[in-house]
Design a protein around this ligand. Sequence first.
Ligand code: FES
Length: 164
Amino acid sequence: MLAEKHQTCSKNLLMNQQDVNSVIDLFDCNKSNLIQILHQLQNVYGFLPMEILMQVSKRMNIPISEITGVVSFYSFFSTEPQGRHTIRVCLGTACYVRGGKKVIEKIKELLQVELGGTTEDQRFTFEIARCIGACGLAPAVMIDNEVYRQVNSNKLKSILAKYE
Ligand code: FES
């Protein structure tokens, strides 16, 4: 039941206290498992909205400030809906010098999304990376775990078209 929700939750988030409780119970409602609990809830809902964090706070009797502190400390937690794919454009020195900024501008134009944002159809979240180990064939772009080298504006359309 929880897995099904992951697919539909982005827009119609179902914040069911019972579901949150069942995740918490999987980890014995133990404060030392807070990170695992948040991780699991993020898997279920796709991100961690404040409503969910409040429910965790109430059920586990942990101050909300403590929970939001944990969420903001770890970069793998997100309080905003994330795209199905993450594009990371490298802006390390080699990529910057060889046209990384142009790639960024083209992605903004093609996907109508700002850096740090997610496309309206939630297909992509758009981020910057610092050197992804492909300096020799810069500029490089990483989508999920796939690295694309020598990316230019012309190549971008066909690269992005691979992702639904
Ligand atoms: S600087 Fe971009 S891959 Fe190294």
